[in-house]
Design a protein around this ligand. Structure first.
Ligand SMILES: C=C(O[C@@H]1C=C(C(=O)O)C=C[C@H]1O)C(=O)O
Length: 245
């Protein structure tokens, strides 16, 4: 099976020890690879999964979500007017639009944007670097969601193109499960590896991968997804594959 992972640090525990060889892509690219049939399985933002529910099913074992401060999705405080977001966000931008009633211009350089806007939404590894620098922020999206909604905030879901082999899919699920188990049983080597790559202190990645980001899908996560689709005004058409016994 051809597989796409998200390029951000949150997905390292899912794949680092999996033995799989996924292509590593941005949020916006991940759904394109599915639509172009370049990959069969991918982690994609919940927004795009729901917008393409005619093409994909959700695979209900792993997702990328948080319960509380996420560290990697923050509206950083700038010194100008209005709000901007980097290009590769739809989930976090949708959440802030829905909960704060704000809209975003799009920017490619978040540091430059801090001079021009009063708030700049940054996600992913660059947001972790800004968090590590202690840059002031208006809100952490995971923290805001927890306070206002009180359910899991799901950023990315695992999807498979409709019609792919369930047997092959389950071997991918098992490989990801094995990777997560390896990480959890001895987290420090990967924490150090990721911290070195991002050039941030180990504690930031330890907090991020051990406390902020969660992976395991359960009924609360499915319920959180349904609430999130309502809040973001997205279609509730995404089918969830039955779990194999
Ligand atoms: C929490 C994060 O999740 C990412 C943010 C997303 C978004 O804002 O659209 C979508 C999927 C995730 O890759 C992050 O990278 O900061």
């Amino acid at each position: 099976m051809r597989i796409a992972r998200l390029k951000y640090a949150h997905s390292d525990p899912l794949f680092r020890y999996s033995g799989l060889n996924p292509v590593s892509v941005s949020n916006n690219e991940s759904i394109k690879l599915i639509l172009e049939e370049e990959v069969d399985v991918a982690f994609v933002p919940l927004t795009y999964a729901s917008q393409h529910c005619d093409v994909v099913n959700m695979v209900p074992y792993f997702a990328v979500y948080s319960r509380g401060p996420v560290l990697s999705a923050r509206l950083f405080k700038g010194s100008g007017k209005g709000y901007a977001a980097i290009e590769d966000t739809s989930v976090n931008a949708g959440v802030l639009s829905a909960l704060m009633g704000i809209s975003f211009e799009r920017v490619s350089d978040p540091y430059e944007a801090l001079r021009r806007y009063e708030g700049v939404l940054v996600i992913g590894d660059e947001a972790l670097r800004m968090t590590a620098l202690g840059l002031p922020y208006i809100t952490d999206v995971g923290e805001l969601w927890e306070r206002r909604i009180g359910k899991p905030l799901v950023y990315a879901v695992m999807v498979a193109r409709i019609g792919v082999s369930v047997g092959e899919l389950m071997s991918v699920v098992n490989a990801i499960k094995a990777s997560l188990n390896s990480f959890m049983s001895n987290p420090e080597p990967l924490i150090r590896e990721v911290a070195g790559r991002l050039n941030v202190p180990d504690w930031v990645i330890r907090d991020y991968l051990m406390k902020s980001i969660k992976y395991e899908v359960n009924d609360d996560v499915i319920d959180g997804i349904n609430t999130e689709l309502e809040v973001l005004k997205l279609h509730k058409c995404l089918r969830v594959l039955p779990r194999q016994q």
